[in-house]
Design a protein around this ligand. Sequence first.
Ligand SMILES: C[S@@+](CC[C@H](N)C(=O)[O-])C[C@H]1O[C@@H](n2cnc3c(N)ncnc32)[C@H](O)[C@@H]1O
Length: 353
Amino acid sequence: MQSSFISYFRDPRDKGALTYFSIESAGENLTEGIFINELTGECYPLMNGIPVFFKDAFPPEWISKHYAGVNEFKGKFPEARIQSSNADLKWSFSSEWEAHQEKEMETTWGFTVQSRFEQFLLEVETSENEIQSKTILDAGCGNGMLTEYFSTKGMVSFGIDFSNSVFTAEAKRKSKNVCFLRGDLQQPPFGENFFDFIVSNGVIHHTRNTEHTFHELAATVKNEGKFFIWLYERKGSVLWGIKRRIFDWLRIFVSRTPAAFQKAVVLVFTKTIFFIYSLSGKKHDYETLHVDMFDSLTPRWRHYHTPEEVSRWYFENGFGAVRLTHWDNRYGFGVYASKTPITKPPGEKWVVK
Ligand SMILES: C[S@@+](CC[C@H](N)C(=O)[O-])C[C@H]1O[C@@H](n2cnc3c(N)ncnc32)[C@H](O)[C@@H]1O
């Protein structure tokens, strides 16, 4: 992580300010350290250049490896809570991105990063001129390719993901204007009115409660900032409805099994479906299908929504007219809106009458 990013984070729990203590760095590149909320003593590690904003996220091996630095830190901040939890941070999407990275794929979901960027400009009705020096959050950044591309086009870019894909993205990082972090969008480690743009492509429907996550992210958008999401569509064609139900049933079972079993099931489905596609003469890229199968079979949550429902979320969070941007496919829809500069009377909420 570049040192220029240090001051941007907030404690995901109470949004309190964080102080950074460096343990290892190489010039402006920070590699190991600790963030502390001095009011509560809550701490978050920076490991291999990635801030990890989970509760009690210090692996015991990390604490012993950085024993001297951790002790010095504790001497300076005696109230610090440096703990490791037993929570299993293995995350189905980690396997999905490992498959993507192992194959060194240059496309994501079949698209080049250049074409994904152009689609972003079209979908949020902006231009390369307009985005210069603007702050963007790629919420659920996956492999981080698009996140880094934003920074090469003049933006200050943040990529957050729950999966360990961000470690590989950081190891490959070339740009100084991109910052990858590991965290949970249900508790984003940023203050209110921070981002000019948020783009969240196929992500928040994989959280426990899509509307809650939307609300958390919406708060971090600046006035007149733009917030884009792409979600799975509840409606759609009959065939899509049937396929969706079959995969939903399978996922209830597969998402609860160990990672090795999930990988095996995904492989069997990929090979079978690829074979059926080849028989029917349908062209499909095997690697892309493999990553798609992780997405269809392994996430713990996958909710379906409608544009009408999502319009209400935007309105209730202080956004103006909603644009439906990407509806002409059977899977889902894209939607974006800008935050209105109208301020709410103190203590009042936006309510749909
Ligand atoms: C289908 S992938 C989309 C990735 C990327 N946005 C893209 O368009 O390629 C969904 C991503 O959302 C991430 N994700 C799901 N729930 C999350 C959460 N609560 N917090 C952070 N990331 C989450 C997953 O780890 C995964 O990388």
